[in-house]
Design a binder for this molecule. Structure first.
Ligand code: FEO
Ligand code: CA
Ligand code: CA
Ligand code: CA
Length: 607
């Protein structure tokens, strides 16, 4: 969008220090409030949360658990109303159900409530008193408010693998409609006003992989599903509520998850879609930019140690404007195109010793290629059909020699510059034992703190097949010599660990949220300029309560509000709803919640 500037803006807020408070902390001059919590009303008429009486019916109308992706889409031109779209990635049954003693002991109704606590929520918001604060609209019809769940929502498959033999099940012999969405992690808002949501760790919901057909086992195993145990450790036992989660009976059901989902929040009756053209892996999310040649490009990460970075380029071109004809066309853009995986080349690979020491040429950088896996109905991978490439994309990427990365999570292009930023969270196994050694893009052995990669497509065209890359930030405590902040004075930057989600403000600054701070403080949200003399001057903007990770984040198009999702507050070993480790946000047991922060003087956030 035109609103984004190049990303050289100075960030004027005073950074907040690392802390372990059971509170959400924002800088001086800012305030924050809880927008919506687990159990709050989404669908009009939802009952109040009663943790002793959780049912599929109540949770299907309430805000779900473990909010992750956050999108805020304007509903009017005056900036008074907006639609909040949120992912609910997973459930912490021990923090939800009083007296929890194990998944086996939950009633089938409780299991169904947990399934309904997964998925997405769409909630109409109103601005409070002309400020940057927002709250849910609490009365009236609220026609857009909607819950999408793992329990009951129907999805349609699109693209070349829709209807393939790999997607057919007893319940859906045509292989064209799936029930539910699982483990929706990050996502993105498209230029045509829909939301993309990544189905990430779907493997954890399935049992019975030991009883799957022999030919299915290697494919299941590559996606992290045990093929030797009926009940892998931590199994949720959802097959007690719905036998499709038993792979011994329904081996293809796992293939119906792990996709990018597209939801149109402006059409509450629309059936959400799973786009097979974007491949199947542990999708963190997808973020779209319109390339200079008019095609749309979606950037995506597969969040697993030693997995890959991907992009999709649409066959059709984007139509500008908000006309009905343009929107209807743009809604088809992700149904056909080219799927690529990244291969990175190194300029100084022989100098990388795993310590994080900068190479003698002064930078972790190099060039790279996008390797074509499939285009339209054609496979580019030897020995695999296009349906196989798209459904078992990890296996296809293995064959073509893609670069094994340190957990690629959120991947997002700056709409101002077209440069793409990749959060590489960490990789405790890098260079350990027989695992791949450190390389220039993943330069530290047993990488605890992660790094941020910047990718610049050739000729400034996001549909290009080659690119340059560098690491502007190698995370950790700035006093640690293995860290790097784009050459900025390290005495002036905030410590950061485990970058996970990224976003941009209107000045083009990069905002980074963390998951699993290995420095011992609570997780946080950070911001830095990415161009000019302030590049690398990273500052901590916010911290979340004990046990939580920061998801979202989302800066509204008017730059007046920063939304974050506070996910799994109080998720500490041994903590339960009866013995909570956190009392955030309301003094009672912990509840995941979406928070908005704003500047008290009404100015643009960050700057
Ligand atoms: Fe759900 Fe990769 O974080
Ligand atoms: Ca180099
Ligand atoms: Ca994430
Ligand atoms: Ca994460």
């Amino acid at each position: 969008s035109a609103r984004q500037r190049a990303g050289s803006g100075a960030l004027s807020f005073k950074p907040i220090p690392p802390n372990q408070l059971d509170n959400l902390v924002v800088p001086n001059g800012y305030d924050h409030s809880v927008v919506i919590r687990w159990g709050d009303e989404v669908v009009p008429g939802a009952p109040d949360l009663d943790v002793h009486q959780q049912t599929a019916a109540s949770q299907s109308k309430q805000f779900g658990y473990n909010n992750d992706f956050v999108g805020v889409l304007p509903l009017d031109r005056k900036g008074r109303r907006a639609l909040l779209v949120v992912n609910h990635e997973y459930t912490n049954e021990e923090l939800m159900f009083p007296g929890f003693t194990g998944h086996d002991a939950l009633s089938v109704e409780q299991v169904k409530a947990a399934m309904a606590a997964h998925g997405l929520s769409v909630v109409e918001l109103e601005r409070v008193d002309g400020t940057g604060q927002w709250r849910p609209v609490r009365n009236g019809r609220r026609p857009y408010n909607r819950r999408i769940t793992a329990l009951a929502t129907k999805f349609e498959f699109t693209g070349p693998a829709a209807g393939s033999v790999w997607l057919r099940t007893a319940a859906d012999p045509a292989g064209r409609t799936a029930i539910g969405t699982l483990n929706n992690c990050a996502g993105g808002v498209t230029p045509w006003g829909t939301v993309l949501s990544g189905e990430e760790n779907f493997n954890q919901y399935f049992v019975g992989g030991d009883g799957a057909p022999a030919e299915a086992k290697p494919k299941l195993a590559r996606y992290g599903i045990s093929t030797s145990a009926r009940y892998p450790s931590g199994s949720r036992k959802w097959e007690r509520a719905d036998e499709r989660f038993d792979l011994a009976k329904h081996p293809n059901e796992a293939n119906r998850h792990g996709w990018i989902v597209e939801v149109d929040p402006f059409d509450p009756d629309s059936r959400p879609r799973k786009h097979t053209a974007l491949g199947r892996f542990k999708h963190e999310g997808a973020n779209v930019i319109v390339a200079s040649d008019g095609h749309v490009v979606a950037y995506m990460g597969d969040d697993e140690r030693f997995d890959y970075l991907y992009k999709f380029v649409s066959d059709k071109k984007y139509l500008k404007g908000n006309s009905w004809v343009a929107r209807r066309h743009n809604l088809t853009l992700l149904e056909s195109g080219t799927l690529y995986v990244a291969k990175l080349d190194y300029t100084s690979a022989d100098e990388i010793d795993g310590s994080g020491r900068l190479p003698t040429d002064g930078a972790f950088n190099g060039r790279g290629q996008w390797i074509k896996l499939a285009r339209g109905n054609r496979s580019y991978v030897e020995g695999m059909t296009v349906e196989e490439v798209l459904t078992f994309t990890r296996l296809a990427a293995d064959k073509v020699g893609a670069t094994k990365m340190d957990r690629p999570e959120d991947v997002e292009p700056s709409l101002a510059t077209g440069k793409v930023y990749v959060a590489l969270t960490n990789n405790s196994n890098r260079g350990v034992g027989a695992n791949p050694k450190a390389d220039e893009a993943n330069p530290r052995t047993a990488n605890k703190h992660g790094q941020v990669l910047e990718l610049v497509e050739d000729r400034g065209n996001n549909s290009a097949e080659s690119f340059a890359w560098s690491l502007p930030i190698v995370c950790g405590d700035p006093t640690d010599p293995s860290t790097y902040f784009a050459g900025y004075d390290k005495t002036k930057v905030s410590p950061i660990s485990c970058p996970d989600n990224v976003a941009f403000d209107g000045a083009g600054n990069l905002w980074i949220s963390t998951d699993g701070n290995a420095l011992g403080s609570n997780d946080g949200l950070f911001a830095t300029a990415v161009e000019g003399p302030e590049r690398g001057h990273l500052k901590q903007f916010l911290t979340v309560p004990i046990g939580a990770e920061v998801c979202g984040p989302f800066i509204t198009t008017d730059d007046r509000s920063v939304f974050v999702a506070v996910q799994h507050p109080g998720e500490i070993n041994g903590a339960t709803i009866d013995k909570p480790a956190s009392n955030w946000p309301d003094g009672d047991f912990a509840k995941p919640a979406v928070v908005v922060a704003w500047r008290l003087d009404g100015g643009p956030v960050g700057s």
